[in-house]
Design a protein around this ligand. Structure first.
Ligand code: CDP
Length: 218
């Protein structure tokens, strides 16, 4: 099985890239952020976000997590994303979710000729022997603009749009800081990763560049 690991910052383009590659090569795809988001979302729904029990509560939810429940559209809010990055610092939770991700790959080994996983620690932790590793980043302003566009909100006033953009930038900075500085599985490029800055690239250009790298080696 050919393994492709894609890591990177929020709204850097890693998710779209992963989907496009999986579709092009008919590989199985897992957006690993959805696992963290689903645990965060269940914590919110069950009103179990109080700090004292966050570790116990999130681990309990993670153990029962079912891949069928990972419905992306329900998990995209910034509230869920912020809590996801907080709980992503809990070592015991990461252990449970790491195992789920590895099991996902093993269960698909005989069903697909390849897999694409995207997240924060795929190249360093989940698939350290991946055939291809990519680390995708872009400037914070560009990433926040992309996230805002994804939300598809139409603003009556330019000021409201600017205000929302600034608030998004602040939230993404906090999340980047948590992801980059946590002790366990921080967001860092694997030594053998191709690092790509997508600040001045669109999704198609990134896809073409990465496809070229993959096909040059296959
Ligand atoms: O889509 P976006 O990049 O904004 O976020 P995501 O990939 O859905 O991940 C949400 C949060 O989960 C991240 O900010 C990380 O803190 C955490 N995460 C992680 O720690 N490890 C992963 N492999 C995937 C996500």
């Amino acid at each position: 099985m050919i393994k492709i690991a894609i890591d990177g910052t929020a709204a850097s383009g890693k998710g779209t890239l992963a989907k496009k590659l999986a579709s092009k090569y008919n590989f199985v795809h897992l957006d690993t952020g959805l696992l963290y988001r689903k645990v965060a979302s269940d914590l919110i729904d069950q009103k179990k976000m109080n700090y004292g029990n966050l570790e116990v509560n999130s681990c309990e939810i993670a153990k029962k997590l079912d891949f069928q429940d990972l419905i992306k559209e329900n998990l995209r809010s910034e509230e869920i994303a912020s809590l996801a990055s907080k709980i992503a610092t809990i070592p015991e939770l990461r252990k449970i979710l790491d195992n789920k991700q590895k099991t996902f790959v093993n269960e698909n080994i005989n069903k697909f000729s390849g897999c694409v996983l995207d997240g924060r620690d795929i190249g360093t932790k989940i698939l350290p022997n991946a055939d291809f590793k990519f680390f995708i980043d872009a400037s914070i302003e560009i990433r926040a603009k992309r996230r805002l566009l994804e939300k598809n909100i139409s603003f009556l006033h330019e000021n409201d749009e600017e205000c929302m953009l600034q608030s998004l930038i602040e939230k993404m900075i906090v999340r980047d800081r948590l992801d980059n500085n946590r002790l366990i599985s921080p967001l860092v490029p694997a030594e053998d990763a191709y690092v790509i800055d997508t600040s001045s690239m669109n999704a198609e250009q990134l896809f073409l560049e990465v496809s070229k790298i993959i096909e040059g080696k296959l």
